[in-house]
Design a protein around this ligand. Structure first.
Ligand SMILES: NC(=O)c1ccc[n+]([C@@H]2O[C@H](COP(=O)([O-])OP(=O)(O)OC[C@H]3O[C@@H](n4cnc5c(N)ncnc54)[C@H](OP(=O)(O)O)[C@@H]3O)[C@@H](O)[C@H]2O)c1
Length: 176
């Protein structure tokens, strides 16, 4: 497949395993230079090595995306490592608490929204400035079917993914 991404620069958050790593590997296979972001450095190094040994280009940044300042640090790292930023994939996400509503706390709900929604919008805001400078850019938010069809448990996750989908739809009608 040629998606005409050769030479572009991408950031994917939550990239040491799972969907984020699969996404980063596919982008690298398309010739994209990819910044991998997660909290654990060991997982990032293994992910980077897998991409390098397949002939791709990747760099890593250990960061917690729930901390507001990480968004600008991520964009700065992409510029430092590769000279710009064209594609931002906000993939890191999860339930951030127990699945049963009675067991959750207000803090669990706040953490779910921070991880799934605030991280994505922070990254987009930080990346948009850089993308404007480069004259192009794409932002991708990884949501879940739970955001449109609640599964009956894990309500804080479903609500956060619904909010993420709504944020994307709002932004698409009101471009930056
Ligand atoms: N798996 C599914 O069936 C499924 C279905 C629908 C949607 N999704 C969505 O797809 C995305 C990826 O899911 P997944 O199942 O592939 O996830 P996963 O296997 O649990 O991997 C999560 C990745 O995100 C990183 N991460 C977690 N918290 C982070 C934080 N605060 N800051 C930076 N990195 C963080 C993890 O590394 P560290 O722990 O080292 O930080 C890891 O690399 C999520 O948004 C999820 O909601 C998943």
């Amino acid at each position: 497949m040629d998606l005409e991404l050769a030479g572009t620069i991408a950031v994917v958050t939550g990239t040491s395993r799972g969907i984020g790593l699969a996404c980063a590997r596919q982008l690298a296979a398309e010739g994209c230079r990819v910044l991998l972001v997660a909290r654990g450095e060991a997982g990032l190094l293994a992910a980077r090595d897998a991409i390098l040994s397949a002939g791709g280009e990747a760099a890593i940044l250990a960061a917690d995306v729930t901390i507001d300042s990480s968004a600008s640090a991520i964009v700065e790292a992409a510029v430092r490592e590769f000279g710009g930023l064209d594609i931002g994939v906000a993939n890191a996400g999860g339930s951030a608490g127990p699945r049963e509503f009675d067991a959750t706390t207000g803090g669990d709900w706040e953490r779910a929204f921070r991880l799934n929604v605030v991280h994505a919008t922070n990254l987009l805001r930080a990346a948009a400035t850089r993308m404007e400078a480069g004259g192009r850019g794409s932002a991708i938010f990884i949501a879940s079917v739970s955001g449109s069809s609640p599964q009956g448990s894990n309500a804080q996750y479903a609500a956060a993914k619904a909010a993420l989908i709504h944020a994307a739809r709002s932004l698409e009608r009101n471009p930056i």
